[in-house]
Ligand binder design. Structure first.
Ligand code: FES
Length: 176
């Protein structure tokens, strides 16, 4: 799939109607596109530009500026590991090495089964709970390798069609 589906187009239209200026719906519209295909396709960029009345170059510029939008197929489950100072001092390197070993990929790469990708990102704003990882909309704070091990095993065992909701594991400080 590449262009926006009818239902995605309707969602973008609804988003645009909430703002005095249609272009203000650009960021959520990009989320709709990414939710549809797992990344933002060139065709979706054209469609969004048309719906919001702006140029494809502008849509592409915004999509490429923010790290939460992807322009290529990526893993179904994406871990963002903070590599900034507090987390680096509290074991982020160990977390990264563990992920490389457990998943068999380097940062930015997707596993062969298409399930996992991890990235090293800048400060996630929870420095007091380092090391920190973001998965979906959930923060995993004071992360340990044992917790990460269990998290990956749980995600691996999920059926492919199951929603990408981030699980709460015992001992993890993550908000519901
Ligand atoms: S340094 Fe990792 S959350 Fe701020």
């Amino acid at each position: 799939m590449a262009s926006l589906t009818e239902s995605s187009r309707e969602r973008v239209e609804r988003l645009a109607s909430r703002y005095p200026e249609r272009r203000s719906a650009l960021l959520p519209a990009l989320y709709v596109a990414q939710e549809q295909d797992g990344y933002v396709t060139d065709e979706a960029i054209e469609d969004i530009a048309g719906i919001l009345g702006i140029s494809p170059a502008e849509v592409k510029g915004v999509a490429s500026f923010y790290t939460m939008y992807y322009n290529r197929p990526v893993g179904r489950y994406i871990f963002q590991v903070c590599g900034t100072l507090s987390c680096a001092l509290c074991g982020a390197e160990d977390v990264i090495r563990f992920l490389e070993q457990k998943l068999g990929v380097r940062a930015g790469q997707t596993t062969a089964d298409g399930k996992f990708m991890f990235e090293v990102v800048e400060c996630l704003g929870a420095c007091g709970s380092a090391p920190v990882m973001l998965f979906g909309d959930r923060y995993y704070e004071n992360l340990t390798l044992d917790q990460l091990d269990r998290l990956i095993d749980e995600l691996r065992s999920r059926p492919a069609e199951e929603p990408q909701r981030a699980p709460q594991l015992t001992g993890m400080e993550a908000p519901d």
